[in-house]
Ligand binder design. Structure first.
Ligand SMILES: Nc1ncnc2c1ncn2[C@@H]1O[C@H](COP(=O)(O)OP(=O)(O)O)[C@@H](O)[C@H]1O
Ligand SMILES: [Mg+2]
Length: 214
């Protein structure tokens, strides 16, 4: 089943970032997007995850053009079916790690999965306040929070940027297992070509074009 289909996307800020970008994401897919800093990777991910409307082109989620969705319909899809892990996470800082996950679990009517917390090595930190956690621990809590929703599409922007190489690979294992077990898919933005190569397909954003390199 097709989860996401983007056609002929173009976008310009101060200068044209990219044009005519098309991409398809099916169940079980993993796609990496690499490219130098400033090439527009994050902007493209914002467009694909409906946070930003492209200048031209269309994005379909689960077979429906997002521009034709009502605000309510789109909000529900964003809440239940899309999982966003960005460089700066948005944990509630006054809350404990567990309280942050409880909010996600409640909103999506899912359970917190202790197995995921164990694999992320944060089970022991769940009662600590966000501000008492290291940057890497905060990043892993934000990953656990996103996975708690059981989204169908994961949008990952440098999700392991704060982590050492071993931990980064372990976190990627968790993402790959997650999409396999939940008929989900992921789009990973990274500058790390080694991490990218673990994905089924790899694209490079270069000279305003998205080119398939694997
Ligand atoms: N909201 C915005 N308003 C204006 N310019 C932006 C905005 N977001 C990104 N840009 C510019 O677009 C270019 C690409 O940014 P970005 O998509 O973050 O690239 P990357 O993630 O590949 O480093 C940069 O020059 C950046 O300054
Ligand atoms: Mg970026």
């Amino acid at each position: 089943m097709n989860l996401l289909s983007a056609k002929n996307i173009s976008h310009t800020f101060e200068y044209e970032l990219f044009r005519d970008v098309s991409i398809e994401l099916d169940e079980g897919d993993s796609i990496a997007i690499i490219g130098i800093s400033g090439s527009g990777k994050s902007t493209l991910l914002h467009i694909l995850s409906t946070l930003l409307t492209p200048d031209t082109g269309s994005v379909e989620l689960f077979g429906k053009n997002v521009e034709l969705m009502s605000k309510k319909e789109l909000a529900k899809i964003k809440r239940d079916a899309l999982g966003l892990v960005f460089q700066s996470h948005y944990l509630f800082r006054g809350f404990s790690a567990r309280e942050n996950l409880e909010v996600a679990a409640m909103l999506s009517k899912q359970e917190i999965d202790d197995e995921v917390l164990k694999r992320l090595s944060i089970l022991e930190n769940m009662e600590q306040k966000v501000t008492q956690l290291s940057g890497g621990q905060q990043q892993r809590v934000s990953i656990a929070r996103v996975l708690t929703k059981k989204p169908r599409v994961l949008f990952l922007d440098e999700p392991t940027g704060n982590l050492d190489k071993t931990t980064a690979n372990e976190v990627m294992d968790i993402f790959f297992d997650f999409i396999r077990d939940n008929n989900a898919a992921m789009i990973l933005v990274t500058h790390d070509e080694e991490l990218a190569s673990r994905c089924r397909r790899v694209y490079r954003l270069q000279n305003k074009e998205l080119i398939m390199v694997k």
